[in-house]
Design a protein around this ligand. Structure first.
Ligand code: IMP
Length: 439
């Protein structure tokens, strides 16, 4: 039966929230498979905007079951707060299911995230400091605490003891931070066991059963391809598998059951945090000047490019077809949702990066060595814009100005993937569907 993975094809913040919100109603299950509350997107509820960080957006649809899969890391305090916020807004969380195998973000994970960033100094990653990395680190080191460990007090105590025996020396000796007693952790985390008990489920079995019964599933990716731990701009990445493959490991649904991969591409590119970004239009405070800085500032202000989770100003740049092609390949993207096309209505001409140049060599593909990416200069094609034409009311491809049509077709040509959804403004109905089907 059909199932779709929705992923960010850039460095996150491509507008996944709007697209998820638009199509989630077509699915029976909406499942998060990686990341934690480092994600953030806004969903429209009546006349209000609600910010979701952890709970899948399927929670907004009464006929969809929202599921937090095994690949997610959960900060219990954030979970409870987000549920309370939704309930207060009249959104029921009673259908929410949480995998017993998901890992829990412990207080020391947040301490370690902050301390590690501080220690890195100017080489810092620019994490959200939500404890995401250290939690995944403990998962891989096989000393993580899982949701199911909260079911049994004895087991929980034993696991916490084992974890602290390794984590406390790191806190104290490496970072000079305060250590935790087992009692402190139990006191802080054990009260959340009742909420987990209410929502815990055998999600792997349940999702496979659902597919057998003809139900369909939307896997809701967080962050983006270039932030993926394996395929991103390591080490300036998040600590999970954001790419489409992560949906299989992060839920226990086999890859042969995934039928579509919807890649969300913003019509330009942004990134938060550190790391290489070939088409970046540097802001004056980052050393940019002249036309370059002005274009970056314009993208940022017109596109409201500030983080939902952190409020940080996002770095902005022109569309990069090298990373778009790379994202199409590593995710197996079948359809593109092109977002924020209206932001480009402010420009006379638009640049699209078609390849990189480094030390006299042309790269049409994503370079193997990160140092090449750092020193790459984008090779641009310039396209005429549609400045001054308001496209926010366009409801079909044909209604778009000819130059906007050409821009979209050029992206399709460069990536080899159809743009089946085009977003021309924030509202749900300000979207052009051009052959998209969840089936
Ligand atoms: P972490 O996920 O907090 O460990 O942060 C690692 C990197 O991923 C940093 O550069 C963050 O800015 C970035 N990051 C994490 N979550 C998001 C997101 O939802 N959108 C964009 N960037 C993100």
């Amino acid at each position: 039966m059909p199932s779709t993975v929705l992923i960010g094809a850039q460095w996150g913040d491509e507008g996944k929230g709007k697209i998820t919100d638009l199509i989630a109603g077509e699915y029976d299950y909406v499942v998060r498979y990686q990341g934690g509350n480092n994600a953030g997107h806004t969903v429209i509820h009546g006349d209000k905007k609600l910010a979701l960080h952890l709970i899948p957006s399927g929670v907004m649809y009464e006929n969809a079951v929202p599921v937090i899969g095994n690949g997610v890391v959960i900060d219990p305090g954030v979970l409870v707060k987000e549920m309370a916020m939704l309930e207060a807004e009249g959104v029921s969380c009673s259908r929410l299911l949480i995998s017993c195998d998901a890992h829990i973000i412990m207080p020391y994970h947040k301490d370690l995230d902050g301390a590690s960033e501080k220690r890195l100094g100017k080489n810092q990653i620019g994490t959200t400091k939500r404890g995401i990395g250290p939690c995944y680190q403990d998962k891989m080191a096989r000393r993580g605490i899982r949701v199911q460990d909260l079911l049994d007090e004895k087991v929980f105590r034993m696991k916490v003891e084992a974890a602290l025996s390794q984590v406390n020396p790191i806190l104290e000796k490496v970072y000079g931070l305060h250590t935790y007693t087992v009692e402190e952790i139990i006191e802080e985390i054990a009260p959340y066991s009742s909420i987990f008990r209410q929502h815990m489920a055998e999600t792997t079995q349940l999702l496979n059963d659902a597919l057998r019964e003809g139900k369909n599933i939307l896997f809701e990716g967080a962050q983006g391809t270039l932030l993926d731990i394996d395929h991103g701009t390591y080490p300036f990445v998040t600590s999970s598998s954001c790419c489409a493959g992560g949906a299989a490991t992060g839920t226990g649904v086999g890859p042969t059951k995934i039928t579509k991969v919807l890649g969300i591409q913003k019509a330009y590119v942004t990134r938060v945090g550190s790391g290489p970004f070939p088409t970046e239009l540097r802001f004056p405070e980052d050393g940019g000047e002249g036309e370059e800085a002005a274009a970056g500032e314009l993208l940022c202000s017109v596109g409201h490019e500030y983080g939902v989770t952190t409020g940080r100003k996002r770095r902005c740049g022109w569309f990069d077809a090298v990373i778009a092609r790379y994202a199409a390949e590593v995710n197996g993207i079948t359809d593109i949702a092109l977002t924020k096309l209206d932001v480009l209505s402010e420009f006379d001409t638009l640049k699209v990066c078609v390849a990189y140049e480094c030390d006299g060599k042309r790269y049409d593909y994503f370079p193997m060595q990160q140092s090449v990416l750092y020193h790459s200069k984008p090779i641009y094609e310039e396209l005429p814009g549609w400045k001054g034409v308001d496209i926010t009311g366009c409801t079909s491809f044909e209604e778009l100005p000819e130059n906007a049509q050409r821009y979209i077709e050029y992206i399709e040509e460069l990536t080899g993937v159809p743009c089946s959804i085009i977003s021309v403004a924030p509202d749900r109905d300000q979207t052009i569907f051009r052959g998209w089907s969840s089936k």
